[in-house]
Write a protein that binds this ligand. Structure first.
Ligand SMILES: [Zn+2]
Length: 438
């Protein structure tokens, strides 16, 4: 059987390239057609061709003010409460019962500062007027290890239970009302935290969109979805969403106010009050506290949370400019579109890289047996190594996914290129009658 070695292919390389210019041109045209079709398909979810239209519905907006404690600025907090009271808008305050006296980023033992009766009375009065409810925000708001910003995650059930029970009891006594919502500091918690919360009678967790959860948990989930600067866009996205009960939880702190932090503050008290007034008069916006939301929104279950977390994972795999386009069209309930967008994005990257790799191989391999051997024998171990790196845990980042797509694309291009070169370099098989015809 006539065969061609790699050396033969190299020796004949220059002649082959000339003969195959036309063939490569055709292949390039074919790939260009395929890529245009895929890119067009990729854009469909971003262009609004899905047939979704803005519908009349209520967009639930919840304000969550974090870090009320013995150390926080009473002047700022009174101004904030006043803005909510004046505009008749409810708010949830996430309160630290025993804030650490020193730096929250220092895990070594520190004195704690219990919430003062004065601060307790401010909460109590606002609670009584119906514009505020109180959530427990950790215990001391102090990290337990320098490795991560976290006060609970990784600790034993018993240690977490002690902290949460003490914090809950202290706060409830101070404000003379039950506390059933937990907001973990830095939104960090683990499955033990969820079990403790259920056992202690908490009804609701408000952390982040990426947190952990078991399907069996009975807690309500109201994760933070944006900060003050993103609120307008979030409402726009909620209007375009297919979700019939969109929920926006906007988290803010004292340092968001220019009067508190001239350099980093984003809004003045007056602008904030105007924002509340504007929302109050917006027909399709319903303003709730966390406590009110748990009674008025049908589905705050773990199933909804897990669905939204999956979408969050898909969108985290897209570059930010595509996420911005996506956010302007869809919100959390569009699960299929988020994964479709992520999938099409990476298929496009793989095909583009494969095309470049294919063309590069067609040019270089006939000129270098070494490069061809690297392509044949090196690509599979490289691919396996990179895929193990990309998927070594389930927390795949966009950087890891891009590296994976790049190597898959190079491998695919190389594998398509080598057989086609070998085929082209085979001499035509001689048939029995060929001698007579010659
Ligand atoms: Zn906090």
């Amino acid at each position: 059987m006539a065969g061609v070695t790699l050396g033969d292919a190299c020796a004949k390389g220059r002649g082959i390239i000339k003969v195959e210019v036309h063939m490569i041109g055709n292949v390039v045209l074919l790939y260009r057609g395929i890529l245009i079709a895929i890119l067009f398909a990729c854009m469909i979810p971003f262009t609004g061709c899905s047939g979704q239209t803005a519908k009349a519905k209520q967009i639930n907006v919840i304000f969550r003010f974090d870090d009320y404690s013995a150390k926080s600025s009473m002047d700022t907090e009174l101004k904030i409460i006043d803005a909510f009271r004046k505009n008749k808008v409810p708010v949830t305050f996430a309160v630290i019962p025993f804030v650490c006296a020193g730096s929250e980023h220092d895990p070594s033992p520190q004195n704690s500062l219990p919430l003062t009766p004065t601060k307790g009375n401010i909460l109590k009065a606002a609670l009584k007027s119906g514009i505020l409810d109180v959530a427990l925000h950790g215990y001391a708001h102090q990290i337990v290890s320098v490795r991560e910003m976290n006060e609970f995650s990784g600790l034993d059930y018993g240690v977490q239970a002690k902290k949460l029970a003490e914090g809950k009891k202290f706060l409830e006594a101070l404000i003379d009302a039950p506390v059933t919502t937990f907001v973990p500091p830095w939104n960090a918690y683990d499955l033990n935290t969820l079990r403790v919360l259920e056992d202690l009678g908490f009804s609701t967790l408000s952390a982040s969109k990426a947190g952990k959860a078991e399907k069996t948990t009975t807690l309500n989930f109201l994760p933070a979805t944006c900060e003050l600067p993103q609120l307008r866009n979030a409402i726009g996205a909620a209007r375009n969403s297919s979700d019939t009960q969109p929920v926006i939880v906007v988290v803010f702190h004292e340092y968001d106010f220019r009067e508190f932090d001239k350099k980093h503050g984003k809004i003045t008290y007056q602008e904030f009050s105007d924002l509340l007034r504007g929302l109050r008069s917006t027909e399709d916006v319903r303003l709730l506290s966390i406590g009110q939301a748990t009674g008025m929104i049908n589905d705050l279950t773990v199933s909804r949370f897990l669905l939204n977390r999956s979408i969050h994972t898909a969108l985290n795999l897209l570059p930010s400019f595509l996420v911005k386009v996506y956010d302007s069209r869809y919100t959390d309930r569009d699960h299929g579109y988020s994964w479709l967008c992520a999938g099409l994005f990476y298929v496009t990257i793989i095909l583009l890289v494969a095309l470049v790799s294919f063309a590069a191989g067609r040019f270089m391999f006939p000129r270098s047996a070494f490069l061809m051997n690297v392509g044949i024998y090196g690509s599979i171990p490289l691919l396996v190594t990179v895929l193990v790196y990309v998927f070594h845990d389930l927390d795949v980042t966009i950087g890891r996914a891009m590296i994976g797509a790049l190597i898959v694309g190079i491998s695919v291009g190389t594998w398509l290129c080598i057989p086609s070169l070998a085929k082209k370099t085979h001499p035509r098989k001689t048939g029995p009658g060929d001698e007579n015809r010659a």
